[in-house]
Design a protein around this ligand. Structure first.
Ligand code: ZN
Length: 150
């Protein structure tokens, strides 16, 4: 039961003898296109369950330089299409880039979107808004990718 106490209460009870337990669960995402958003909400929820987190905050982290993670609407697929089309317009695949691997646009897009999101958890469930989903953002696929939840 002690592991479920809020950190501040744990601190008050035990003073300097604080032990913070850090746990992580990973899963893979197989992308099929060069630029693709994959709804990973259910997989993140499974990770939260496996980590036995009831109340708190989880970080969803993508350990890649040409992929990202974001939260957006998962009800109307046109929203994701608009996201991809807008990113392609803002950061076209070919342009005035120095990086010689041919995926400079993917690196730029990955940093624009970001490599992590934090999501509250209540009663073991991700606390997302009604229309929100968590999306893995592939910018240089298709590839096998990883997501870390901690
Ligand atoms: Zn590169």
């Amino acid at each position: 039961m002690l592991a479920r106490l809020p950190v501040i209460l744990f601190h008050e009870l035990f003073g300097r003898n604080i032990k913070v337990v850090y746990a992580m669960k990973t899963f893979t995402v197989r992308t099929r296109g060069r630029c693709e958003f994959v709804d990973i909400t259910a997989a993140v929820q499974d990770a939260v369950k496996a980590l036995d987190i009831n109340n708190g905050v989880v970080t969803v982290f993508v350990p890649h330089t040409t992929a990202a993670v974001t939260i957006n609407e998962n009800a109307d697929p046109d929203v994701i299409s608009d996201m991809i089309r807008t990113l392609e317009r803002l950061v076209p695949r070919s342009g005035d880039y120095a990086h010689s691997e041919g995926n400079a646009d993917a690196h730029v897009k990955a940093s624009l979107i970001g490599s992590s999101v934090r999501v509250p958890v209540g009663n073991g469930a991700l606390k997302l808004g009604t229309w929100q989903g968590i999306f893995f953002c592939e910018f240089d696929g298709p590839r096998q990718r990883e997501v870390w939840v901690s």
